[in-house]
Design a protein around this ligand. Structure first.
Ligand code: ARG
Length: 278
């Protein structure tokens, strides 16, 4: 593996203190609480899927008062031994950063903080496909922050403005499968973004709009295996047609917070679809 991990490694954080304590995206409503026991069961089942696929799962400790710490995709963007730490837009999540920093240091990563004013929500908004960094911006991350990270890494950045508040992070509407293939929800992008995606990704698969609402794009790619929420049969079929296996596991409790499989994970050894050059 690229950066010292012997096998495919993922960071997760148990949902001990997960809940809907504030509303920072249209999916969250304090009047629609998550069921704690069910959330724990769903999270465990997801973890077991990764176990069966041979993933090296690292856990970080949950903390009371930080219900969204479960969404480790937002801890930062990993590039080799470096992690670009998130600078959360909303105060409610800013307390996560020091804990993330501590965890990354203890795991041997070099944490980099972005300049002040550069909102950046890590692997929620910044996704490698091949050597290119696809960068969602407007709701949570600044386009300038993305460019700054791209300059540090020395890679091409394709900024994609997100236009639908329900798809506020890039990983809710776009998912690279390998260096040439990705799935996306076209309505989450403007015309410029759609053409930029079409020009940059040779095999781009549009998902069904109803399945997009099941967060089908928020999938985890483990080699030729895709792990995703239940209720996305059309996408599963399209993936089978191009030679991927799929496992669907229920994640409805996390949908109430605006997250699904991918948000609950952070690839530590390098994203599947990334070809890190240089
Ligand atoms: N409630 C969280 C938030 O709004 C959900 C984060 C989902 N993470 C993701 N990578 N899309 O910030």
């Amino acid at each position: 593996m690229g950066n010292g991990f012997e096998r495919l490694a993922i960071l997760m954080c148990p949902p001990d203190y997960f809940g809907i304590e504030y509303e920072i995206n249209p999916w969250m409503s304090r009047s629609r609480q998550s069921d704690h026991d069910e959330a724990v069961r769903q999270w465990q089942a997801l973890r077991e899927v990764f176990d069966r696929l041979g993933v090296d799962i690292r856990e970080m400790e949950p903390k009371p008062g930080l219900p969204d710490l479960v969404f480790t995709a937002n801890a930062g963007l990993i590039h080799r031994q470096t992690v670009y730490l998130s600078r959360f837009r909303h105060a409610a999540r800013q307390g996560e950063t020091p804990l993330n920093k501590e965890w990354f240091e203890s795991a041997g990563f070099e944490p980099i903080e972005l300049p002040e004013g550069f909102d950046f929500e890590g692997a929620g908004d910044a996704l490698f496909c091949g050597e290119t960094l696809f960068a969602g911006y407007i709701f949570r991350s600044h386009a300038n922050a993305m460019q700054w990270v791209g300059d540090q890494i020395g890679c091409r950045v394709i900024p994609l403005q997100l236009v639908d508040e329900r798809y506020y992070h890039l990983d809710t509407c776009f998912c690279p499968l390998d260096a040439e293939t990705a799935i996306y929800h076209p309505a989450a992008f403007d015309d410029y973004g759609r053409s930029a995606l079409e020009a940059a990704v040779p095999k781009l698969i549009a998902v069904d709009p109803v399945e997009a609402q099941r967060f089908c794009c928020n999938a985890v790619v483990i080699g030729r295996h895709v792990v995703l929420n239940t209720g996305c049969p059309l996408l599963e079929q399209s993936l089978h047609d191009i030679g991927f296996d799929t496992t669907a596991t229920p994640l409805d409790e996390f949908l109430k917070a605006g997250g699904s499989a991918k948000c609950l994970t952070l690839r530590l050894d390098g994203e599947e679809a990334a070809v890190w050059s240089g």
